[in-house]
Design a protein around this ligand. Sequence first.
Ligand SMILES: [Zn+2]
Length: 99
Amino acid sequence: MGKPIHFNILGEKYVLKRELGLLENDLMGRCSAHRKIIEVDARLKGFDYKSTMLHEFVHAVIHESSVNQAIPIQLEEIICDQIAKCLCQNFTIYPKAQK
Ligand SMILES: [Zn+2]
């Protein structure tokens, strides 16, 4: 197992975890702003993995900037989906090497 991957999201340290069992609960990933954890189902690969990771990453940005207090959750989901999809289609994104 490699080093855990961390993200700096507006000054808050989040950890990225691959979890088993999310898909069984109809989830590809989830973001806990309270626990500062981004979880992605361990079986996702390629585009599904990357777009899910970025979707949850955008949730974390929305929460850390308190934008979630100003928009309904349905709109937050659309924003996360569309930004993640566009980033995946236009950039090659890998988590930064961890020190
Ligand atoms: Zn979401």
